[in-house]
Design a protein around this ligand. Structure first.
Ligand code: PEP
Ligand code: MN
Length: 342
């Protein structure tokens, strides 16, 4: 439910609305806005509660309108938060004018490999360094990541270069440890509906980079973000990384670029696209990366490797240093046409 206040409603009048809501055992959320403020009720209400609140609030002079929200997600929705959310991590802001590039290898493999990747990021203008320490692999026999040693490398390289760092956290009880070593917590596609993990990431207050599950609908994706947001953590970045492909012959997943304008319309959260997992092949990454920028994404997550042939995971989709540098040059030119900065 959304209570739109009249233009010029005073703080005391908003307090009055909040106390009427609280008196019914429901927590209100004050939504600042220009020229009109609003009060939202994120929780689901019973029919009786709705009717009771509608009549209690509709009677007030300060209230312009009481409406039912149409979406199942509340805190993530534009209705509750009409202006875009900016998520700032050190010197990087997602969701504003900057088009943010998160680049780096699929897995952290050694200090040398990760530091070389970081230097390539710095040279090309990417601002966030990615690398997995805990890897969600389909096979338990595949490389699982350097784990704690990988986290230490991420922290060291982040400190040496000043780049913002991001890495995946796979389990709720690892949130604290991962947050001690990296700036942004990545929740992988396979974990999108690991609700205890989402709650713990929410409680940490750290920026959360939430990847869309391979078969998740848009509503399921936004409801997953709601688990983080309703822990009082507004720093959520959504990432479209491809959904299950109808035809896996040519691409690993199907990058759902429809999701970009749809998510931007439904939600105020920043949206990043990952064309590496979205396609699974290095040669398709650049065209989809450019399409994502033009479609209105707020950034890109791109896998690159100093020597993709030697990569311990996802080598076939990793750009080599030249391919990465070329793509960055093209993106910088293109960003000017769509009013973004890299
Ligand atoms: C990754 O970013 O390396 C990764 C495992 O991504 P996803 O969760 O999208 O498969
Ligand atoms: Mn990967």
């Amino acid at each position: 439910m959304l209570i739109l206040m009249k233009i010029g409603a005073t703080a005391a009048q908003i307090d009055e609305v909040c106390s009427i809501i609280r008196a019914r055992g429901v927590e209100p959320l004050v939504l600042p806005g220009e020229p009109r403020q609003a009060v939202g009720i994120p929780s689901s209400l019973s029919q009786d509660q709705r009717i009771d609140l509608e009549s209690a609030l509709g009677r007030l002079d300060s209230v312009s309108k009481v409406t039912q929200t149409s979406s199942p997600f509340k805190l993530a929705s534009r209705e509750f938060h009409p202006t875009p959310t900016h998520v700032t991590v050190k010197n990087v802001t997602f969701g504003a004018d900057d088009f943010v590039i998160l680049g780096g290898p699929c897995s952290v493999e050694s200090y040398e490999q990760f530091r070389a990747s970081a230097d390539l990021m710095l040279a090309s203008g990417a601002t966030v360094l990615r690398g997995g320490a805990f890897k969600p692999r389909t096979s338990p026999y595949a490389f699982q990541g350097l784990q704690l040693e990988g986290l230490k490398i991420i922290k060291q390289v982040g400190e040496e270069t000043g780049l913002v760092t991001i890495t995946e956290v796979m389990a709720a009880d690892m949130v604290e440890t991962v947050a001690e070593h990296a700036d942004i917590l990545q929740i992988g596609a396979r974990s999108m509906q690991n609700f205890p993990l989402l709650i713990e990431a929410g409680k940490s207050g750290r920026p959360v980079f939430l990847k869309r599950g391979p078969s998740a609908t848009i509503d399921e994706f936004l409801l997953a973000s709601e688990y983080v947001l309703n822990q009082g953590n507004p720093n959520v970045i959504l990432c479209e990384r491809g959904v299950i492909a109808l035809d896996k012959t040519y691409t690993r997943n199907t990058l759902d670029l429809n999701a970009v304008p749809v998510l931007k319309e439904l939600s105020h959260l920043p949206v990043v696209v990952d064309p590496s997992h979205g396609t699974g092949h290095a040669r398709y990454v650049a065209p989809l990366a450019k399409a994502a920028l033009v479609a209105g994404a707020d950034g890109l997550m791109i896998e690159m490797h100093p020597d993709p042939r030697e990569a311990l995971s996802d080598g076939s989709q990793a750009l080599d240093p030249d391919q990465f540098a070329t793509l960055m040059t093209e993106l910088k030119v293109l960003s000017g046409y769509v009013g973004r900065k890299i």
